[in-house]
Design a protein around this ligand. Structure first.
Ligand SMILES: N[C@@H](CCC(=O)N[C@@H](CS)C(=O)NCC(=O)O)C(=O)O
Length: 239
């Protein structure tokens, strides 16, 4: 386990030492400029990999008093008894309400909910592929590339290209879904070569660029605590 302690931290975020389900949470908190401490499992304090990662988490999880223990988890260090939570989507909505990333109207909130669920479906198909091991991977990847990738990416491209403001998916400013969708679209661009280019999905291509230019995001991505890779566990077929 690696602890990244911050004396001014408001929250403790626990997860594996990968991007995974925690990355949109990390982006939201970086954008809001909220200081956090992180606990990363599966690596040692010096950053070296632990071969068998599971006990590293199992040995700590009971001591955390999480009502539904899982990773990622979030603890509010100022109100530790009230907020000790898990479920990445619930964490995103909790932080979005707290730091104003949940739209401006009931209709915007409905769109945010819908896109968050659509994104989770997309993520499940990414994960199913990335964690298919051995010779089966090639077939699963080909299926993912020919069905899931066009289904979801074209859906997101169509939605965004029909909006006046194309640097966010809902309303007139960044919301929780932008952190989630940036992460998934960025991942798939790496996973499936040529899936997002200026010519085939220009709106998504511009969305990635404009997200990376947001000053808080650019600063976070350039910092020491940013994880560029792995996206998934190091033993996955795509990591
Ligand atoms: N629905 C949950 C899924 C959480 C989950 O599957 N976490 C994985 C890592 S991505 C894990 O290793 N959990 C630890 C455990 O099951 O004890 C969420 O969105 O947070």
């Amino acid at each position: 386990m690696q602890r990244i302690e911050n004396t001014n931290a408001r929250f403790e975020l626990g997860y594996w030492a990968i991007r995974g389900l925690a990355q949109p949470i990390r982006f939201l908190l970086a954008h809001a400029e909220v200081e956090i401490s992180e606990v990363r499992f599966g690596i040692n304090q010096d950053g070296s990999l632990i071969e068998d990662e599971s006990p590293d988490w199992q040995d700590h999880k009971d001591a955390l008093s999480l009502p539904f223990a899982n990773l990622p988890y979030l603890i509010d260090l100022e109100l530790p008894n009230e907020v000790r939570m898990t479920q990445s989507n619930a964490i995103m909505r909790f932080l979005a309400r707290r730091f104003d990333y949940y739209g401006d109207t009931a209709i915007e909130q409905t769109w945010i909910d819908l896109l968050q669920d659509e994104a989770y479906d997309f993520r499940n198909s990414i994960i199913e592929t990335a964690y298919t091991l051995g010779p089966e991977y090639e077939k699963t990847f080909a299926e993912f590339k020919s069905t899931s990738v066009p289904r979801y990416l074209d859906g997101f491209e169509y939605h965004l290209s029909n909006r006046k403001l194309q640097n966010c998916f809902v309303g007139s400013r960044i919301s929780l879904v932008d952190f989630i969708l940036y992460e998934l679209i960025w991942q798939v661009r790496l996973m499936v070569a040529g899936s997002i280019t200026v010519t085939n999905r220009p709106t998504l291509h511009r969305f990635l660029e404009s997200f990376e230019k947001i000053p808080q995001i650019a600063a976070y991505r350039a910092g020491d605590d940013y994880i560029d890779r792995p996206i998934n566990s190091p033993w996955a077929s795509f990591c």
